[in-house]
Design a protein around this ligand. Structure first.
Ligand code: AHM
Ligand code: MG
Length: 337
């Protein structure tokens, strides 16, 4: 069998032994995510055909409640995990607080928690552009048999046991890591099967793509402004190319494969940036580091930051290691002046 013909299902089974303590639970969890992603992918592809892009809460002509796609994605992932009783808690960018899952026997026996951004870049939906899903998995820190607490969710990213993202683009691709490198699987929609299409992804050390919402340029810290000017300078392999989809998962997927940097810095209007540490930055940072890249908040490693609240925001810079190092240099230099 060639590597290309390996399915995600086969890959999960083959790699289960990486987790001697997991009892197959983590594998079942990844399995549930791949199934939910298939359902969301199907719905995303039909978004222009059926009436599902309206505001949540509206009633359609048949008298049914219309659902916005991000509400649909949120419910699909949550239901898929609740029904299979794999996790003991879920936190989502779409929900105010975390959800406790007792299990059918109300014994709180499961070990993992999941955090997610169910539909990343949701404003892209109405214009038929790509969206994504981002997820992060931890072992609970409170004892099995008791309800999860906030402590289980506020763990630093370096304690993630797995993380990944799905891009619903020209194809649907699921990329994940359990801490042993990064692999990507492309969905064959006709068969409903994911195939290993991107084995052992490594991000190039250097790149020529920078991704940032330059509309906010005037509000960025001086170090970021200087770095953007550096990207645009005519020297060596510069100017770099600017590419910005407006969906972190999609922008990072491109930069992961081609080499590049993604930035959502602080600004005078949003001092903590826009992206959420737990649902977006930590899982993407985990993937990028596993692929050989770096992720910082401008000064320090994202994965070492101890979260203080569920929906915490953080400035975010990640991608090819040499490019991230350069940003750090520019930030330090600007602060010293
Ligand atoms: P969302 O998760 O609410 O869709 O927002 C997160 C997204 C990122 O994926 C994306 O890079 C960024 O917000 C785009 O924001 P902006 O429009 O300010 O550039
Ligand atoms: Mg998002």
């Amino acid at each position: 069998m060639t590597r290309k013909s390996r399915t995600l299902g086969e890959f999960i089974i083959e790699n289960q032994s990486d987790f001697p303590y997991a009892n197959g639970e983590l594998s079942r969890l990844i399995n549930s995510i791949r199934l939910a992603a298939k359902v969301v992918s199907h719905k995303v592809n039909k978004a222009g055909l059926v009436d599902i892009t309206g505001a949540a809460g509206e009633v359609n002509i048949q008298g049914e409640n219309q659902q916005k796609l991000d509400v649909f994605a949120n419910e699909t992932f949550i239901n898929s995990l609740v029904n299979r009783e794999i996790v003991c808690g879920i936190a989502s960018e779409e929900n105010d607080s975390f959800i406790t899952i007792k299990g059918q026997n109300k014994d709180h026996k499961n070990k993992y928690i999941l955090l997610m951004d169910p539909l990343d870049g949701s404003s892209n939906i109405d214009v038929n552009a790509s969206v994504g899903t981002v997820f992060s998995i931890y072992r609970r820190v409170t004892p099995v048999g008791t309800p999860v607490t906030m402590e289980d969710f506020l763990q630093p990213g370096n304690l993630q046991v797995a993380a990944g993202y799905i891009v619903y683009g020209t194809s649907t691709i699921l990329v994940y890591s359990t801490g042993n490198g990064v692999n990507g699987f492309t969905l064959n929609p006709a068969l409903g099967t994911y195939y290993l299409s991107h084995p052992d992804i490594k991000i190039p050390e250097d790149g020529t793509i920078y991704s940032v919402n330059e509309g906010h340029y005037r509000r960025f810290p001086q170090g970021i402004k200087n770095y953007i000017k550096y990207c645009q300078e005519e020297k060596g392999n510069r100017p770099y190319t600017s590419r910005y989809i407006g969906s972190l998962a999609n922008d990072m997927h491109r930069n992961l494969l081609k080499g590049g940097i993604y930035m959502y810095p602080s600004s005078s209007k949003a001092p903590k940036g826009k992206l959420r540490l737990l649902y977006e930055c930590n899982p993407i940072a985990f993937i990028v580091e596993q692929a050989g890249g770096k992720a910082i908040d401008g000064y320090q490693r994202i994965l070492d930051i101890k979260p203080t609240e569920l929906h915490e925001r953080i400035p975010f810079v990640c991608g090819s290691s040499n490019m991230v190092d350069k940003v750090e240099e520019f930030m330090k230099e600007a602060d010293e002046n």
